[in-house]
Design a binder for this molecule. Structure first.
Ligand SMILES: [Zn+2]
Length: 230
C-alpha cells in the first residue's frame, strides 16, 4: 500500500502495488550528498536536480529534519499519477522515490494563472524539487499517518518557497497576496486544492513571521522538542 503525496492542485492518498516512479532514464547521477540518485534525460537536468535536492537538504537540516535513507528522483516529461493524472511531481511513500517533471514541460503543466509561469524554469525547478524532497524527509522523520494532508503540504510549501529565493518569492507573493502574518485557518485542503499559490504564500508568511519558524514546522509534523542539534 502506497500513500502518495502530491504537489499538484489536489491532495490524495493512493493505493498501489507498484512503485509509481519512472523507469531509469538516459542519465543517472549519484549526488555527492550521499542521499539522492537522479535519473533524467539530460545530464544538465540531472545536475540541476541534484543541486536543488542537496540545497533542500541543507534547509531542512536547519529545522532538524535529517535524512536516514536514500531517495531516488526520476525526472520524466510528465509525472502521471494514476488517479489525478499529470502533475509537477509526487512522492511515493512506499517506494520512497520522487517523480518530478522535466523543466521543458513546466509551461504545459502549470495551471493557468499560476505565477510561476513568469519565473525562469531553473528557479521553478528548485521549488518543485524542494517541495518533494520535503515530503520525503518528513516521511523519514515523522509518522506520516498522524499528519493531515494539508499539514504535509504546509511543510512542503514552506521549503518550496524558501528554495525560490528572495526575488522570485517576492514576485509570487505579489501575484497572490495573503495576510502579512499568514493565517492558520487557511492551512486546509480546500485552499490547497482551489488556490495552491495562495496556500503556499500563506504557509511562507506563517513560517517567516513565526517567533520560531522551525518550531512551527516541527509542530505540524508532531515532532516533540527542538531539533536534535540544539
Ligand atoms: Zn506536496
Amino acid at each position: 500500500m502506497a500513500a502518495t503525496i502530491f504537489s499538484g492542485a489536489a491532495v490524495a492518498l493512493v493505493l498501489s502495488g507498484l512503485s509509481l516512479c519512472g523507469a531509469a532514464r538516459a542519465e543517472t547521477l549519484d549526488c555527492a550528498d550521499g542521499v539522492f540518485s537522479i535519473s533524467a534525460e539530460s545530464g544538465d537536468v540531472a545536475a540541476a536536480t541534484c543541486t536543488a535536492a542537496t540545497s533542500a537538504l541543507t534547509a531542512l537540516a536547519e529545522c532538524g529534519l535529517e535524512p536516514s535513507r536514500r531517495v531516488a528522483i526520476s525526472v520524466v516529461d510528465v509525472p502521471m499519477h494514476p488517479q489525478l493524472g499529470a502533475c509537477l511531481g509526487f512522492f511515493d511513500t512506499r517506494a520512497e522515490c520522487i517523480e518530478a517533471a522535466d523543466p521543458g514541460h513546466y509551461a504545459a503543466l502549470l495551471a493557468e494563472g499560476d505565477a510561476r509561469h513568469d519565473l525562469p524554469v531553473d528557479i521553478v525547478l528548485r521549488g518543485v524539487v524542494a517541495h518533494e524532497v520535503t515530503h520525503a524527509l518528513a516521511a523519514q522523520n515523522a509518522d506520516v499517518a498522524m499528519i493531515a494532508p494539508a499539514e504535509h503540504e504546509f511543510v512542503a510549501s514552506v521549503f518550496e518557497m524558501n528554495a525560490y529565493g528572495e526575488e522570485a518569492r517576492a514576485a509570487l507573493l505579489a501575484a497572490d497576496p495573503v495576510r502579512p502574518k499568514g493565517s492558520r485557518g487557511m492551512v486546509n485542503s480546500g485552499i490547497y486544492a482551489m488556490a495552491p499559490r495562495v496556500f503556499a504564500n500563506n504557509a511562507w508568511q506563517l513560517f517567516q513571521t513565526a517567533e520560531d519558524g522551525c518550531a512551527l514546522i516541527r509542530d505540524f509534523l508532531r515532532l516533540d522538542g527542538p531539533p536534535p542539534s540544539e
